[in-house]
Design a protein around this ligand. Sequence first.
Ligand code: AN7
Length: 404
Amino acid sequence: MSYIVKCFDCGREVKDGLLDSCPTCSGLLTVEMDLSPLAGKKLKDLRKAPMGVWRYAPFLPVDQNKAVSLLEGGTPLYHCKNLGEKLGMKELRVKYEGANPTGSFKDRGMTVGVSRAVELGCKVVGCASTGNTSASLAAYAAKAGLGCVVLLPSGKVALGKLAQAMFYGAKVISIDGNFDEALDIVRRLAKEGHLYLLNSINPFRPEGQKTVAFEILDQLDLQVPDRIVLPVGNAANIWAVYKALTEFRDLGWIDKMPRLVGVQASGSNPIFKAFEEGKHDFKPVEHPETVATAIRIGNPASGRKALKAIYDTDGVAVEVTDEEILVGQKLLGRTEGIGVEPASAASIAGVIKLRQSGEIASDDQVVCICTGNLLKDPDTVIKNSGEILKSKATMEAVKRLISN
Ligand code: AN7
């Protein structure tokens, strides 16, 4: 396990482990793993280890023996035949990240990120969050015995996520502003040494998040799907997936790349807009809004990485409305029994849209990454699931209701 941290923009190596951007050009940071220990090896050599993030330890920049782990990863890959049939697709699959320990894909990045914090000797970790990052960080910080500070946009964090951050003992600070403003503050706190930053601009976070793509390929016995579809908020996860794919490709474990589809909510769509204009950089959206509060982000920190991931794989960015997101969420639940939060349903809504436009063909093999659990956002679920029937406590009254 050896690696360097380097600048995504100027390529220079960065040695100071506490920086969140390049000291020379202020660019984004990324980890470059030395994969030479894996030369001549095959995926099956890793399969002796149980499913999960740490099966892929040779691809991760922290010592597995000192890892802070809650046994994350190893989530189901469902073949969605019912929904596929409705959409005229044979090979639609859902990678269900809601099955992670805190109910979202963030746990994959956090096991690596918090392990890194411990390695550096940091005592307090922190993040800004639309909810899931804070829930995950709070849990891993508790496990590691670290202090934890989370900054949340006031009134815009789904109830389940807020409950988790409070429950695991983080100092929860509600900011009178949006995620982008909270991130700006927490980055400055990190710079002044008040905490170790564990947002996904920390390049160790995407390293853990790579494992969702490793697992998809592992579960498909290295049959490369035509497309991988995922929601884009702060935009690190699509980069992580891209990076994972390039690593398997560079080892010769796969010989082609899936096309990546980044899905944004139409009220928070800077990456979609940049893609439409063929640009490699984006303009922030000033007042992001969407029912999918997890991706209510106007100035995605890893936006340029996301655009590279999309262009390099001959992929696309799409936008979906809140209504389309809620339709996708309900359809997945009611045809497959899979419950995901609105941001995750954006990936389903994206598939529906691209299938209708013909961009996705009926025999395309498609994997949707559904990033978070239904129970994260019970308010939205209850609002959109119809009425509860009320009854007197008698057999007759109940019978009347069920025969209606
Ligand atoms: C369920 O928790 O940004 O594009 O602060 O919770 O890598 O940001 C959450 C993001 C998708 C977007 N799905 O991933 C946070 C946060 C769910 C999410 C995303 C998020 P990125």
